[in-house]
Design a protein around this ligand. Sequence first.
Ligand code: KIV
Length: 254
Amino acid sequence: MNLLKKADHLRARKGKAPVSALTAYDYATARLLDEAGVDLLLVGDSLGMVVLGYPDTTHVTLDHMIHHTSAVARGTQNALVLGDLPINSYPDPETALTNARKLVDAGAQAVKLEGGLRQAEKVRAIVEAGIPVVGHLGMLPQRVKEEGGYKKKGKTEDEIQAILDGAFALQDAGVFAIVLESVLPKASRLLTEKLDVPTIGIGCGNGHCDGEIAVITDVIGSYPWFVPPFATQRADVAGEITKAVKGYLNALNG
Ligand code: KIV
């Protein structure tokens, strides 16, 4: 399969039509989201929390990502399947490429990694091998321990400039889109205006990026124990599960 076709198509949407993206971690959810018409399904390392029960994404391994990427790929016909390279899987360009190929072998059609200037050479190595890459700037969940929590980014001129420098380095290295996480609206708008590739926002406010991405469990309300303040919950799947199981138990117990 030509990996570049879907990525090129999404890149060409810049300034024309918003890119829709959701996370997916399993076959059934991927199939539902794909059939609903979502453009991009991210097998995010957020699966560490919402699927595997870890406190953050720093516990996720490449084997976890391969396992879930292959399930999502089996459920997806049309959307682009984007696999997250987990923490410690891209320490240098050669290892980054080796591990990106493993995600592609599992069914990913592109890979995502976190960070700006430090990652440019790794992005270049993966892109030159024919694998499309998405960047990830702003709040970087794989660095949550160093950061001391989940913080908004783009508060000062220096912070905005650092994100811009990272974004241009990633764009020059060949990414076809950049996820912006928890970047304040003014900085998100500036990045969106200045970049040639689409920005895909999460926690950046509405309408400041070229597209939006959300964690599926936040959208459908299936992980009630933590919902980020910026999330819009559109269903109560956790409540429906509890109701159905209580009905099952009541029927059994009389
Ligand atoms: O892993 C993930 O779900 C992500 C999104 C927050 C963009 O990277």
